[in-house]
Write a protein that binds this ligand. Sequence first.
Ligand code: 3NM
Length: 216
Amino acid sequence: MDKELLRVYFIMGSNNTTRDPLTVLEEALQGGITLFQFREKGKNALKGKAKLDLAIKMKRLCHAYNIPFIVNDEVDLALEAKADGIHIGQDDEPLIHVKKRCPENWIYGVSATNELEARHAVQDGADYIGVGPVYGTNTKEDAKQPIGLKGIAEIRSIAGELPIVAIGGIKLGHVFNIRKAGADGVSVISGISHAEKVRQTAELFCNYSHFTASYS
Ligand code: 3NM
C-alpha cells in the first residue's frame, strides 16, 4: 500500500462523538484525512442492521472524497459493506484466515504492541502495522501499557519497508515526535472526533504530519 494513506488515519464509531457521526466524518474528510476506519465497539455501539447501514453510509462518504474505507475487526461487516480493507487486533481472527475469505486487493492492517507481534504481522503479510498505544488513552477500554516513542522506533526497525502508523492518545502536539520516531502517520480517534472544530483540527493534523515528513 501507499504509506501516504497512513498520514492521518481517522478512526471513529457512533459512540466516539455526541454529534451526528456522518457529519463528523464529512468534516474530517473536508479537513484532508487520508484513511478512515469504522470502529463500532464498546458502550452503546450500534448492532445489526443499524451498524451495517451506518457502515455503508460512511463508506459512500469516504468514496465521495476518494478515501479508502476500512472496517475494524469485523470481517463479515467489512464484506457486507464492501469495504476497502480490514484492521485486526491481536485477539481477533488471525490475518492468514481473514485473507482467505476477503478480496486480495484489500488493505490489511494489524495491531502490534511489541516486536514479536510486529514480526508476526510482517510474516503474515500485513499491508501496514498499527503500533500502540503510544500514549495513555481513555477511548479503548482494554488498552495495554503505553509503549511511547521508543516502542515506535523498535517496531520501525522490525517492520523494514512495511508502513507503520502510531495509535493511542495522540494529540496535535505529538505528531512531530511520532513521525521522527519512524511512524508513517498517526491514527486518531478522540483527538479529531471530540475536537470543537473537526475540519480545522483534521487539517492541522494533516499539515503537521506533512511538514514532519518533508522536514526529515
Ligand atoms: N487501539 P484515541 S489505542 C483503537 O493500542 C485503539 O491498539 C489502540 O483512541 C491500540 O485516539 C486505541 O482517542 C484508541 O486515544 C485510540
